[in-house]
Design a protein around this ligand. Structure first.
Ligand code: NAD
Length: 371
């Protein structure tokens, strides 16, 4: 059954347009082979928007993002924009989108691919079969809390303040996302905070427990862990986790630790989700973890998998197309296990291919699976 879904694609700068081009191929494939049709609107963001319009994201683009079922975002930035004023810098466009769409839950999966086990610094047996999800609160906490900044005390002492601040609602909504996700996965949530030394840590722990109890999540196991221990456990025995939920600061750190368990930046997808609106739709933006990689841009060297896997997340979380998301992930596994590699994940004995060739191989694998 055909059903049109509304996507806004913002390829951005550097390798962004190259990796988004490979998603286009999958969109065409889904249209032809799976009878799933997307209405795709494309627009400029980041440096590309600045070059054309003098701003890093236009108001109209933000409106389109709000109205879309999901946003696919490539990457922004480049050395030519580094000296621009902050408010028109490419990164400001992404931050505005996150803020205006109120994308409060950042999802970063860490999944290992058997063919790439050697890319990790950890022993293969520690990470083989790893599949965890970090849910990071993205729009509050110490990165946004007031007061912040430098002060000079009456005796002339200089000091600097950042404020960790959370309202109950800010914790509740991200906890809900974590429990909902766990229900579709391993049914286990670990909440990481510093309840031993921070008042906000105690509040976080109590609020997550309350959501667990009152939110009808009896089928989900909830555990608590101090964030520093969680960092250690991620490296010692990461497979003990299913979903980890944490605040903005701890999430920033723990998601980078988890990401590196899998080895390669070119393989890491992410999603940022907002609240469910009155029509039952959740605002969402899907993007690779990597940046615009100016050092390899325009050379057909980019690994498109982080973007393609972000699209798979989009299918799963925005459109509930589990089977199609599984197909893409399985096809990616298959291509890698045939020894096909882009330069960033290349190892001796494998076949090195371009960005486009990698996309073509994925499509060939999808063809086989959908036959
Ligand atoms: P980066 O992620 O762009 O690149 C880091 C290194 O990883 C580079 O050597 C790059 O070639 C490589 N790499 C990254 N993605 C790859 C891929 N898909 N395939 C193969 N190799 C890949 O980070 P950076 O160099 O620190 O930043 C470059 C620019 O990107 C900067 O302007 C930065 O501000 C911006 N940036 C944007 C985002 C975003 O748009 N969300 C995120 C991070 C950095």
């Amino acid at each position: 059954m055909a059903s049109n879904k509304n996507l806004l694609m913002l390829p951005g700068d550097g390798i962004g347009p190259e990796v988004c081009g490979e998603v286009r191929k999958v969109l065409d494939w889904m249209d032809k082979r799976r009878a799933v049709t997307f209405d795709v609107k494309e627009d400029l963001v980041g440096g590309a928007a600045y070059d054309a319009h003098g701003v890093s994201v236009r108001d109209d683009t933000v409106e389109d993002a709000k109205n879309a079922d999901a946003v696919l975002f490539g990457a922004v930035g480049g050395p030519q924009y580094d000296s621009l004023p902050w408010d028109v810098r490419p990164e400001a466009g992404l931050l505005r989108l996150r803020k205006d769409l109120d994308l409060f839950a950042n999802l970063r999966p860490a999944v290992t691919f058997d063919a790439l086990l050697d890319a990790s610094t950890l022993k293969p047996e520690v990470i083989q079969g790893l599949d965890i999800m970090i849910v990071r609160e993205l729009t509050a906490g110490v990165y946004f809390g007031e007061p912040r900044g430098m002060q000079t005390l009456p005796d002339g002492t200089e000091r600097c303040i950042d404020t960790q601040s959370y309202t109950k609602a800010e914790i509740e909504r991200v906890a809900d996302v974590a429990f909902d996700l766990a229900r579709k996965r391993g049914k286990k949530v670990t909440s990481a905070e510093k309840a031993n030394v921070m008042k906000t840590g105690v509040f976080w722990r109590e609020t997550v427990a309350e959501v667990h109890k009152k939110g009808g999540y009896d089928d989900i196991e909830l555990g608590n862990m101090y964030a520093d221990n969680c960092a250690m456990q991620l490296v010692r025995n990461p497979k003990q986790f299913d979903v980890i939920v944490c605040d903005n600061l701890f999430g920033d750190i723990l998601s980078d630790v988890a990401a590196m368990l899998t080895g390669s930046l070119g393989m890491l997808p992410s999603a940022s989700l907002g609240a469910v609106d009155e029509t039952g739709r959740r605002k969402a933006l899907y993007e690779p973890v990597h940046g615009s990689a100016p050092d390899i841009a325009g050379q057909g060297m980019a690994n498109p998998f982080a973007m393609l896997l972000s699209f798979a997340m989009c299918l799963r979380y925005s459109f509930d197309l589990q089977e199609d998301a599984d197909l893409i992930e399985q096809a990616a596994q298959a291509v890698l296990s045939q020894g096909v590699r882009t330069g960033d994940i290349m190892t001796p004995g494998c076949e090195q291919v371009s960005t486009r060739e990698m996309g073509d191989r994925l499509i060939a694998e999808l063809d086989k699976r959908a036959a």
